[in-house]
Design a protein around this ligand. Structure first.
Ligand code: FAD
Ligand code: NAD
Length: 400
């Protein structure tokens, strides 16, 4: 019998861990494993608020794929997946096609706009390495431009973060920590810089522990961040945002962080989806497709206790990858007993810049430096899972 072709789309947390685990669980004669990714590197999506604000170099958040996978065992194709032809069992790439017997869809997510006009034209909304680089360069350019103009324009130094979810809060945490350094470098008076976080819901970090939310808001406010809560953004325009109440805030920098949806390819390929995510079976396969696994942000699973979807997180993407690799290896070896996926939520920790963070681990609430320590331990753990002790030594964060 011919060796089956396993094609994995995306080298984020879900894809790279699936590829790595499969390459260990299967031998050369068992299957051909191909990993497709847009870039030659994996990036730590969960770190991107830091290079975006310029508090770590973008280089630190990316890892060449050749450094963490054995390319004798995994065939790496640098390309962009455009469509999945489910009948012909092939993936259409920008520069070719790949036939599969088994497919893993692990393409992450894209910005959710909820139909707000102007986001893609006027806001920064790509949480990728190049997206982060663009935000950082743009912020520095705003500071440099301010003092180079005869007529000072406040909107150059007004920074808007759309959405007070974890992404928005983590980004403004880094930005607010860096602002004093930017002011010193570019000779800008600190009081000229305005930072707004604009949130549609009645609270920042909706659903999170109120005491921790209050801690985060107080800390960020002490660094000059202004929250506008219960205040949906209606439109993003060339020179700022228009709020649902009709107010306008002028700004040359809007960073969009109002949540995510599945990538366009999913609906384009005819999968039934909710906000671009496929509601998977308990073994992580797409309904009606015994040969297609969907993991990470592309997959939707329901938390039965509250009858709502689990949030798309790296924590879950990593756990899904382990189950997906196990189930695929079982199928390839002729088995049929697949594992059911059940996320094990260990907690949530969010950085607030510098040595500040908030989090819940198990039933314990963490604030300040102990939470920041824990956040860096979590960041290091994901490096370890992807590239072992070598990668941890090269890119690891000092938790102290
Ligand atoms: P990703 O890690 O996003 O990877 C998708 C990969 O697919 C990328 O390499 C991309 O280049 C590639 N790709 C995309 N489209 C194509 C295409 N068409 N063709 C080829 N390749 C493609 N979660 C947590 O649990 N903890 C955190 O602390 C945390 N912090 C976060 C901080 C930020 C700033 C952000 C933005 C998110 C954070 N998250 C966190 C959420 C977490 O990052 C995602 O849930 C996680 O990355 C999803 O993993 P994934 O493998 O599905 O996708
Ligand atoms: P999110 O959905 O968690 O938060 C988005 C926020 O934007 C919400 O509070 C929402 O009310 C608000 N919003 C929506 N439309 C708006 C509008 N028009 N105007 C103003 N506000 C609006 O999304 P996220 O923060 O991008 O996070 C995405 C996923 O990544 C989540 O699952 C999150 O848990 C995860 N994440 C986790 C961490 C962490 O654990 N440290 C960090 C970042 C992201």
């Amino acid at each position: 019998m011919n060796k089956p072709n396993i094609v994995i789309l995306g080298a984020g947390y879900g894809g790279i861990i699936t590829a790595s685990r499969l390459s260990k669980q299967l031998g050369h004669n068992d299957a051909n494993i191909t990993l497709v990714n847009k870039h030659s590197y994996h990036y730590q999506t969960t770190w991107l608020h830091e290079p975006a604000a310029g508090t770590i170099p973008a280089e630190k958040a990316r890892v060449p794929i050749k450094d963490v996978l054995d390319l004798n065992k995994v065939n790496f194709v640098q390309d962009t997946a455009v469509e999945i032809d489910r009948d012909a069992k092939k993936v259409v790439l920008e520069n070719g096609e790949l036939e599969y017997d088994y497919l893993v869809v692990a393409l992450g997510s894209v910005a959710e706009t909820f139909g707000v006009p102007g986001v893609f034209e006027h806001a920064f909304s790509k949480w990728t390495v190049n997206g982060a680089r663009q935000v950082k360069e743009h912020i520095e350019y705003m500071f440099a431009t301010y003092n180079n103009l005869e007529e000072k324009k406040d909107e150059l130094l007004t920074f808007i973060v759309a959405g007070a979810g974890f992404t928005g809060i983590e980004f403004v945490g880094e930005l607010s920590k860096r602002v004093p350094e930017l002011c010193a470098t570019y000779d800008v008076p600190r009081e000229k810089v305005k930072m707004y976080v604009i949130e549609a819901a009645p609270t920042a970090l909706p659903g999170f522990d109120p005491e921790l939310v209050e801690y985060a808001m107080n800390l960020l406010e002490s660094r000059g961040v202004e929250f506008k809560i219960n205040c949906p953004i209606k439109e993003v325009v060339k020179d700022g945002v228009i709020l649902a109440n009709g107010d306008e805030i002028k700004s040359n920098t809007v960073v969009w962080a109002t949540g995510v949806r599945g990538p366009e390819i999913i609906e384009k390929s005819g999968f039934e989806a909710m906000r671009g995510r496929i509601k998977v079976e308990s073994d992580l396969r797409a309904p009606g497709h015994e040969e297609i696994f969907v993991i990470g942000d592309c997959a939707l699973i329901i938390n039965e206790e509250i009858n709502r979807p689990y949030p798309p997180t790296a924590q879950i993407a990593i756990q899904m990858a382990e189950t997906c690799a196990h189930n695929l290896a079982t199928l390839v070896k002729g088995g049929s007993e697949l594992k059911n996926f059940k996320p094990e939520i260990k907690g949530t920790v969010a950085s607030l810049g510098g040595k500040e963070a908030i989090g819940v681990v198990g039933t314990r609430k963490l604030f300040g430096s102990s939470a920041s320590f824990m956040k860096k331990v979590i960041d290091n753990r994901s490096l370890f899972l992807i590239g072992g002790p070598g990668l941890l030594l090269k890119k690891g964060k000092n938790p102290l």
